[in-house]
Structure formats: structure tokens, C-alpha cells
Design a protein around this ligand. Sequence first.
Ligand code: NAD
Length: 371
Amino acid sequence: MQIGVPAEIYPGEARVAATPETVKKLVAGGRHTVIIQSGAGERAAIRDIDYEAAGARIVPTAGDAYQSDIVLKVRRPEPPELPLVRKGSLLVGLLSPHESLDGLVATGAMAFAMELLPRISRAQAMDVLSSQANIAGYKAVLVAAYHYGRFMPMLMTAAGTVKVARVLVLGAGVAGLQAVATAKRLGAVIEVFDVRPAVKEQVESLGAKFVEVALSEAELKAQESAGGYAREMSDDYKQRQAALIQERAKAADIVITTALIPGRPAPRLVTEDTVAAMKPGSVVVDLAVKQGGNCAFSVADEVVVKNGVKIVAPSSLPAQMAADSSALYARNLLNFVNLLFDAKTGELKIDRSDEIVAGTLVCADGAPARS
Ligand code: NAD
């Protein structure tokens, strides 16, 4: 089959959905050919000649790449790309399935949204949310360090002692845990809050302190039964949580927020009052801005200063580390594409009863695949 990779056109998107490494694996055995739009890898430090050396053919336009049987993308096709999507082709990418899919459905393509991948162990090697969140968590700490006018580690110098930075991480999923690990490497003292008490052990094993809102028996049971994800909490819980976060944020120099509830607006954890209570010179990095933000003052891709506190809300940190984020993303996609082929015969075999296929399929034959 022919596999095509168009260049991403979304502003600021520097990632690419295939790398020379994955191209080599796709063309091995001679079952597939890969075509790449010229320049698609440029912002991820991959040249056309690198793709060619791996066995891909370079084509001049996106239209050529979209003529393929399978199209690999990072972002969902933008409106000008939709007419290029071939009816009956397979499209795989981060397709923003919680937004309207009408344009995509109308193309008649069979589309798989990688955000919907079930969090089961068989799917781990395809888990783009994890691979990209890991990068976002790392980069968030570097962004915070860049905006913070002080050292992170405690230092004893001839000119006196420098105080250690106190970092508060809100949300201890994949991004939050990587933020903890990265801040730790820079020498910070770290506190972490998450609604899921199950993450306490992981947080502590990284050398950070877990701060908790006491849960009632019923709240604890409800949280544990939410399938590993956070769920919307009661108003009473939210009040207790707000008080705790405000108290810890006051003592922090850097607050990194990563709290998300799948398919819902991000919880508002750092309120106007909390920012007003924080120390001047402190920094908030909000990773949830695309879902509305964890901080009341977050504006996507801008630095807002309130009360001397800098609030930074980058909308796509993985795109700022395009070489590694593309490498991991492309491997995730390669593993997903392999699932669509019969392991023995090598023929295309889309098993719609497979949990991973059924979970990610958003449309086929001009109709939505999900209600
Ligand atoms: P996510 O991006 O959906 O959310 C980030 C974190 O925010 C979560 O830890 C969540 O509990 C937390 N959060 C939500 N509301 C909050 C609030 N009001 N206050 C504080 N924190 C709040 O999560 P994720 O990184 O995608 O990971 C979710 C879970 O899935 C984790 O337990 C992760 O380890 C697990 N996971 C499993 C697999 C697998 O088994 N294949 C793969 C990846 C992740």
C-alpha cells in the first residue's frame, strides 16, 4: 500500500508523522511504499534526502501525499486540506475528536483519532498522548526556568547562599510526573497535588511530596472506579481543594499545571485569588490552556503578568521539541499502522471488533463511527 505524509500546515506545528527510522520499517519487506511531501520534516531537523535514503519518495505537494491509501498526520487536516483527503483512504493522527468532525466525515475517509486510544497495556507503544505529554512535562520545567529570575537549586557561593526554588505541580499524569522528574534534576524542592490518591506512591518515588485533600469514603470509591482517569469532583471537594492549592501556591516559586479531565474543560485550579496571593517573581506554566486552562489568567502562547506573577500558557510544547516529539510520535503511529495489517498474510485487515481499532475509529464511508 502507499503511505503518504503531508507537511503539517497548522501554525507553529513543527512535528512530522514519519521519520527516516519509521519509513525504513514501513518499506521493509516491500509491502508498502512511502511518499513524503517535500519539506515535511524540515522543522523536525529531517531533510528530504534523509527520507530518500530511508526508502521514501519525495513529492512536491500535499495533494500528492493525500492520494495515498494511508495518510499519516500529526494534526487533523485543516479546512484547505479537506478537499485533498481521498475518499476511502485511511487517515491516522491527532484529529481533535472532541471538536466537530463534520468536515472530516464528509471526506469519506476512514479516520482514526489517536487521542481516543484506550489506555490498555497492548496499546502502550501506540500511546501518542503519553509520548507527547512526557515531552510537554519536561519542556514545561525548562520554560518555567527560563521565565524565573532565580536559580532552581540551592547554591552556596562566595557571594552568599541562593535559596532553592519550590515547585508545585498540579496534576500527576504523564506530563506532571515528567515535570517532577525534570524539576528534581534541576535541584528544586517539589510538591504535587492530584485528585487521584493512587499517584501518591509514584510522586514520592520521584522524590517529591504529595499534598492531599482528605477524601470521604464515597469520594474515594468514586475516584477509583473512574478507570484510571480523573473525574469531575463535587463542589464541596472543589472548595477544599481550592483552599489547599492556594496555601501551597503561596509558598511556591513555580507552579506547573497539567490537570485534565478527558473530554471536559480543564479544572480551574489557580484562581485570580490564588495568583493575587502568590509571590512576585513566581511563574505559572499552564499546560491545560487548550482545554481552557488551569489558571484563570492563562492566554494561549502569551506571557501574562499579574501582580508580578508571570503566567505562561504554551499551547503545544511538543511542537517546540519537534525532533524528539516527531521521533516518538512516528513510532507510535508505526505501531498503530501495523495493527491494521494481518500479521501473517500482511494484508490490510481492519478488525473493527478490536478494542484499539474500535476506540480510535471516528468515521468511515462518510458516516461518524461514534455516537
Ligand atoms: P491527563 O492528561 O488526562 O490528566 C493529567 C492529570 O491531571 C491526571 O493525573 C489527573 O488525575 C489530574 N487531574 C484532573 N483533575 C484534577 C484536579 N482537579 N486537580 C488535580 N489534578 C487533577 O492524564 P494522563 O497523563 O493522560 O494519564 C492519566 C492516567 O492514565 C495516569 O494514571 C496514567 O498513568 C495512566 N496511563 C495509563 C496508560 C496505559 O496503561 N496504557 C498509558 C498512559 C497513561
